[in-house]
Design a protein around this ligand. Sequence first.
Ligand SMILES: Nc1ncnc2c1ncn2[C@@H]1O[C@H](COP(=O)(O)OP(=O)(O)OP(=O)(O)O)[C@@H](O)[C@H]1O
Ligand SMILES: [Mg+2]
Length: 387
Amino acid sequence: MPKILIIEDEASIRRVLVKILSEENSSYKVTEAEDGLVGIELIKKEDYDLVLCDIKMPKMDGIEVLEAVKKIKPEIPMVMISGHGDLDTAVNTMRLGAFDYISKPPDLNRLLNTVRIALDRNELVVENTRLKKKVGKKYEMIGESEGINQIKDMIEKVAQTEARVFVTGPNGTGKELVAHWIHQKSDRSKGPMIEVNCAAIPSELIESELFGHVKGAFTSANKDRAGKFEAANGGTIFLDEIGDMSLSAQAKVLRALQENKVQRVGSDKDIKVDVRVIAATNKDLKHEIAEGNFREDLYHRLAVILIKVPALNDRREDIPLLITHFSNAIAEEHGTAKKDFTDKAVKLLQEYDWTGNIRELRNVVERLIILGGKEVSEADVKLFATK
Ligand SMILES: Nc1ncnc2c1ncn2[C@@H]1O[C@H](COP(=O)(O)OP(=O)(O)OP(=O)(O)O)[C@@H](O)[C@H]1O
Ligand SMILES: [Mg+2]
């Protein structure tokens, strides 16, 4: 049940609000505070979903309460209550971050409506923060080798810019991870990050996937649809496995990059898009260009900044850190206790030939945790990490 705090010095108004919110409509748990100081103390201790706060109060007025709440728990929506004399102030509180305001005496419908909207929006915000945290963890980049440190440095530098980035490297080395980091650290992080796996989409569908289509453009196009470039507006588009993109789609991507405009399939109307492009491939594009499979002009458009992610075999000093990281992450995923690896087990894994790179290492760690003993030993590695 959503928890609402009412901060209001006039007992009669408090009574009306409580009556509307908790008695007539029993779906809220309502707490009262007779002044701002008491209110703030309650907010520090308890997680409220919404605060209703009077503007004119002795001791501490509504503006001060609003400012304090924005500092301690900025995610809580605040609805201000204004009397006759302070309507202008009420409007101003919105600039200070109040969600909305209602006038005294509170109108039943308007109050319930405002409360419902504020609570709905808050649920979205909370869900978003939760997702962001989860994503943050999923995309942790582990490693202290020179190779990884250089990549972290480059990410820091390029994230601040709008430059296009091309990420190359063998299978499972972390190219997707690099792309996510760049987006997360950029000014575009509040915008969308749209991924397109160019290898997974049949070539006849890729153009419609990237640029959208209008109704009737082809047999199954029964309504207008926006493509991924439009969806990524204000954010980043990640063209993964771009080495597998058809030549005709490449031509259209090139045009989109040159003009910052796209056309839906079946339409000649230009749609302006503001999108940062990050591309990745594990193919040797120089070779693909020589073979005529990849457009050189597109390559140069994309590769303003080139990030080459090194193979795991070239940064073996990161393996112990990665083992610990994955072992903890997997225990958390499975909801089981963490498992340690003996030094000898780690050393043996450090000597393996990791053709599948970090993805392969993660799989092997998971297998060892499931099949190995309480502590993963050298013998476990010999038995279960066979390749
Ligand atoms: N430095 C790192 N620290 C922790 N985890 C990593 C690191 N690099 C990669 N990973 C993890 O390894 C897995 C593979 O990484 P990712 O998908 O980014 O690789 P990729 O280069 O895009 O692979 P592919 O070429 O197959 O598309 C993912 O689970 C990723 O989170
Ligand atoms: Mg990838």
